[in-house]
Structures are given as structure tokens and as C-alpha cells.
Design a protein around this ligand. Structure first.
Ligand SMILES: Nc1nc2c(ncn2[C@@H]2O[C@H](COP(=O)(O)OP(=O)(O)OP(=O)(O)O)[C@@H](O)[C@H]2O)c(=O)[nH]1
Ligand SMILES: [Mg+2]
Ligand SMILES: [Zn+2]
Length: 278
């Protein structure tokens, strides 16, 4: 029996990395009865002769979308154009990371497609997120990114076509991960990455994932969604359990009027609440 880490999953087949060797395994063991599904990022014990995963070790955290385990950083890749910037999706991704105890870090792509005005708009957007305390990168800052991500397991998430796989190739040109060049030429928006896989880059675990076009936060309560907006916590309200909606003497709404909280963030917060049923 060996200890390893699951680096890739395609349907019921899991690739386990152990002492620099890869093993194609299938799950078999107690955790199957317990209805625990192995995830990319899981540490496990496996039978290297028969290639069975026997036991999953305790998870440090679990990100729901994409569904991966033991992640240090969630690198949220967002295109400023093509596909059009969608801050609701971005803010949902940030909340999802925070709610799973994973640090969200932002990386914007396709700055080269912006005109001068759009570049100025982008600078404003960047400021909003930096002021909250998030780290913001651009996808051409590869050496800065590599330095920041050193010794971390990083999952790249974001909309289809945002440029996740392209970024992995920029960081690690030897990998040659498949990107969307061909289908773009045919002008078809389709998912290029179909599975989740951790690539090794000099100590950084880079996890590419399939993109999405929408996100739901169904399993989270309204209170959890509220708590996933770190900038709200700087302000105090009359009611301890204030949702910052129609309550009186709400510090968050006052901050909003004074432009200390970005209107786009507050609007997306309202949208996220209204989408949830809990
Ligand atoms: N102009 C420009 N194009 C980019 C940039 N980054 C990525 N692209 C292009 O955007 C398209 C989609 O890139 P991918 O890396 O395949 O996107 P993805 O996020 O991996 O998409 P999925 O795997 O479907 O989730 C490709 O044609 C890339 O060449 C960028 O910074 N500028
Ligand atoms: Mg991809
Ligand atoms: Zn309030």
C-alpha cells in the first residue's frame, strides 16, 4: 500500500501520483460505502499492484465548484472581453472560495483586447478588488504569479474561454495544455477543458478545470452569503444579524452611500441573495 495524491479524474478512473510515478486507479474500499467520492487533490492510500484506491485521507478543505480538495489558492481567471466581463460571476466565484476556506486570488485576462477607455474602466475595477484586500494579477505577469504561487496547490477556475488553460501554458510552456484555438476559429463557444487535472510546475500544483457559464450557490444560506463579503465586516450595524437590506441604521448601507463599498459588489450581493432559496 502506498500514499499518493489524486491528480486527475475522468469518470471512474483516478490518476494517483506517488513518489513521482503515476498510477491509474479505481476506487474500492470503505469510503465507497460511505458514499464519499474521491476528488482531485485528495490524498489517499492505494494498492499499487491492483491499482485500487483504498482510503481517502482527511481533507483540509473542499471547493464545491470546481469540486476539488486540499487547495491553497483559488485563482479566479476572468476575461475582460470575449467573453464579456461578468462581475456577478466573478463575485460568486470569490464567495464560493471564501465559503470553502480557500483564498481567492484574481487574475484578469485579455487586456490586449481593450481600448484606452476600457483600460481605464479596468483600472477602476481592479481598484475595487484590491481595496477589499484581494490580490489581483494580470495573465501577462507570469513571473510575479509564479513567485506568489510557489509551493501552493492552485486551482484555476472561471468562465469558459476566460483563458485558464492558456494561462497554465504561459506559466509552464512545456505542458502544452489544450486550449480553445480551433473552436474559436470556427466561432463556436465550447468547453475545451473537459476534466480536472493537477499539473506540476516546479513545486506549484496547477489544477486546470472545465469552465462554466453560470454558477449557483444553492447549498449556502443567506447568512453565509452575507459573510462571504469581507468588506461588509468593517462596518457595524444596529442589529447584529443585519442582512444590510431594509434594516435601519445599517453601517454597510451608509458605507455604500459614501462610496466606501462598491455599488457593483452590493448589487451582486443582492442578486446572490435573491437567487437563493434558503
Ligand atoms: N487576446 C487574448 N486572447 C486570449 C488571452 N488568454 C486566452 N486567450 C484566448 O482565449 C481562448 C480561450 O482560452 P482557453 O485557455 O482555452 O480558455 P479556458 O478558460 O481554458 O476555457 P475552458 O477550458 O473552456 O474552460 C483561446 O483562443 C485563447 O487563445 C489573452 O490574454 N488575450
Ligand atoms: Mg481550458
Ligand atoms: Zn447592516
Amino acid at each position: 500500500m502506498l500514499k499518493g495524491i489524486i491528480v486527475k479524474n475522468i469518470s471512474n478512473s483516478y490518476t494517483v501520483l506517488s513518489e513521482k510515478k503515476l498510477y491509474e486507479c479505481i476506487p474500492r474500499g470503505r469510503f465507497r460505502k460511505e458514499k464519499k467520492t474521491p476528488l482531485v487533490g485528495d490524498k489517499c492510500l492505494f494498492d499499487e499492484k491492483n491499482c485500487y484506491i483504498l482510503e481517502l485521507l482527511e481533507r483540509k478543505n473542499e471547493l464545491k465548484r470546481p469540486n476539488v480538495a486540499n487547495i491553497d489558492i483559488c485563482l479566479i481567471v476572468t476575461a475582460l472581453k470575449s467573453p464579456r466581463l461578468n462581475t456577478l460571476l466573478l463575485d460568486k466565484e470569490i464567495s464560493l472560495a471564501i465559503l470553502s476556506n480557500v483564498e481567492p486570488v484574481l487574475c484578469f485576462t485579455k487586456l490586449d483586447l481593450l481600448n484606452e477607455n476600457e483600460k481605464k474602466e479596468y483600472e477602476q475595477i481592479k481598484k475595487i478588488y484590491e481595496q477589499i484586500g484581494f490580490k489581483v494579477f494580470e495573465n501577462n505577469e507570469t513571473s510575479k504569479l509564479k513567485e506568489f504561487l510557489k509551493n501552493k496547490i492552485v486551482v484555476l477556475t472561471g468562465q469558459t474561454g476566460a483563458g485558464k488553460s492558456t494561462l497554465i501554458n504561459k506559466l509552464a510552456p512545456h505542458l502544452q495544455v489544450k486550449t480553445n484555438e480551433i473552436s474559436l476559429a470556427l466561432n463556436r463557444g465550447k468547453h475545451t477543458t473537459r476534466h480536472t487535472e493537477i499539473y506540476d510546475l516546479e513545486g506549484i500544483g496547477l489544477c486546470d478545470t472545465p469552465g462554466f457559464s453560470s454558477l449557483e450557490l444553492k447549498e449556502y444560506s443567506k447568512e453565509q452569503i452575507r459573510n462571504s463579503f469581507p468588506e461588509f465586516k468593517k462596518y457595524s450595524c444596529r442589529f447584529n444579524d443585519c442582512m444590510h437590506l431594509k434594516e435601519k441604521e445599517c453601517g454597510v448601507k451608509e458605507a455604500l452611500l459614501e462610496n466606501k463599498i462598491a455599488p457593483s459588489r452590493y448589487e451582486n450581493y443582492q442578486k446572490m441573495l435573491s437567487e437563493e432559496s434558503k
